[in-house]
Design a protein around this ligand. Structure first.
Ligand SMILES: NC(=O)c1ccc[n+]([C@@H]2O[C@H](COP(=O)([O-])OP(=O)(O)OC[C@H]3O[C@@H](n4cnc5c(N)ncnc54)[C@H](O)[C@@H]3O)[C@@H](O)[C@H]2O)c1
Length: 442
């Protein structure tokens, strides 16, 4: 049996090729400091996570976590405690693993000095974000730059950046339809992670199917080929729009019938399937999250069906009136941008071995326009809302899920949302009302 154990200031990593124990915890990827006081409940939690039949059935062994602020010795002790406890709880099916663990003991000869690939600060990734001037890219760049350094994150788009974006770090022109140019950027900048945000969104796509097909499908093919050719970690967001009227809607599970009726949805299902195919066929490190509708204060949405849920805040603060283009009872999954961007970073940093899938749902909250209006009126009681339904957007929304089932993301890489409806509304109103639109928490 092939086994490996690594220990360093970042944590302990144990691997065997025959069985898999995945311990997923939120601090793994966010690398929040874990103090000695915090470590005991954490170990208990790891063990309780493990002590379920589903883990015992998996076919490879991976045991990994990061305790960045613990001493090497404390880290080793805690790691061995967890591992022994895990083996004890696993029962009779893991004899070979048990003997491997006994073999390790606390001997340092099995510990390697180098950090596991996802835990090193010495060699941060060089990240390229395509379509970076949209609703999500600038915020993600800010978060990634804080984590990996300003010059290690390059924003790109086909539009001219506003001056504050230009001053905050490298920006480059990149049209994802230009394969040669894209390849040149990846090679010249030694890119190792690619975040592919360029897209034509749902409502705009229905008005220009040819453009949506070109950008969302042909563009994706370029991205897949370049990522594979250069061994990149590739993140492509998917969407609730990848489900359709025949998918279960409340909640939509990870795996189910997906027959979307928009070119946007079709192109995103295509992206999910192609990415997973490239992963299995060529070993591409493809990662995909199905985002809900994203709510942000400092960036405008780019023509999606959930745009109303951003626009209403600006209208509420500026004029006190809003005309909603969806019916008042249209329930859709939504997420505050900080949660979305943090999820993206945590997912990108998650050890490949902990990912039992490559496409994950993430969920935070779900609401209707009426729910949202009621919540905003708690702060702005004079807000008046009328409804003037756009049949195209309404038809799209009626075929989308009302919530997403996201237990796999919570289990495999520790996803946890922080913003429910009331926190989201409070935060949005504060940002917009104070004009402090860049005051994101990261
Ligand atoms: N915002 C949301 O609510 C949401 C929800 C689910 C999924 N997503 C996905 O997240 C990603 C980012 O979303 P967003 O809201 O920032 O989108 P957006 O529409 O605001 O921005 C997309 C960007 O892509 C750029 N672009 C268009 N054609 C291009 C080309 N040929 N080459 C390079 N860039 C090009 C545009 O200039 C634009 O800046 C998209 O893939 C989207 O499908 C977003």
């Amino acid at each position: 049996m092939s086994t490996e154990m690594q220990l360093n200031t970042y944590g302990l990593y144990f691997e065997s090729l025959n069985r898999m124990f995945v311990f997923s915890l939120p601090s793994l990827s966010s690398r929040q400091p874990i103090t000695a006081r915090g470590s005991a409940p954490l170990a208990t939690r790891l063990l309780s996570l493990f002590n379920t039949t589903r883990w015992v059935k998996e076919s490879q062994v991976v045991f990994s976590f990061c305790f960045p602020r613990l001493t090497l010795k404390r880290c080793a002790t805690l790691g061995m405690q967890c591992l022994r406890g895990a083996v004890k709880h696993a029962g009779s099916g893991v004899e070979r693993l048990t003997s491997a663990v006994r073999g390790f003991g606390s001997s340092s000869q099995h510990f390697r000095a180098s950090p596991p690939p996802w835990c090193t600060d010495a060699d941060p990734p060089k990240v390229l974000i395509t379509g970076g001037l949209g609703q999500l890219g600038v915020g993600l760049a800010k978060l990634l730059r804080r984590r990996f350094g300003k010059n290690n994150v390059i924003l790109s788009d086909i539009r001219k950046p506003p001056s504050h974006v230009d001053h905050n770090g490298p920006f480059i022109f990149s049209d994802i339809l230009d394969y040669k140019n894209l390849r040149e950027i990846v090679v010249n900048n030694n890119i190792s992670w690619l975040v592919h945000y360029s897209a034509v969104l749902s409502a705009v796509g229905e008005n220009n199917v040819a453009l949506a097909r070109e950008v969302n499908i042909t563009g994706l093919h370029n991205i897949l080929d370049i990522a594979t050719e250069h061994g990149l970690r590739l993140f492509v967001p998917s969407t609730i729009g990848a489900f359709g009227p025949s998918s279960p809607r409340d909640p939509a599970p990870e795996l189910c019938v997906q027959r979307p009726r928009t070119i946007y949805g079709v192109s995103k299902v295509h992206a999910e399937l192609m990415g997973e195919y490239y992963h299995h066929r060529y070993g591409l490190d493809f990662r995909c999250l199905r985002y809900p509708g994203i709510i942000s204060a400092d960036s405008q949405p780019g023509g999606g069906t959930t745009d109303y849920a951003v626009q209403i805040f600006h209208a509420a603060v500026k004029t006190g009136r809003f005309e909603c283009n969806l019916r008042g009872d249209t329930r859709l999954p939504m997420m505050y941008i900080d949660d979305c961007l943090r999820a993206t970073l945590e997912f990108l940093e998650a050890p490949a071995a902990s990912l039992l899938g490559r496409t994950y749902n993430i969920n935070a909250t779900s609401f209707t326009p009426r729910d949202l209006v009621r919540e905003i009126q708690k702060g702005l009681p004079d807000l008046e809302v009328t409804y003037n339904v756009d049949p195209i957007r309404q038809a799209i929304a009626d075929g989308w899920p009302m919530a997403l089932e996201d237990t796999a993301a919570r289990r495999d890489w520790g996803w946890k949302h922080e913003y429910g409806l009331s926190e989201l509304v409070r935060t949005m109103l504060t940002h917009i009302a104070t004009g402090n639109q860049l005051a994101q928490t990261y």
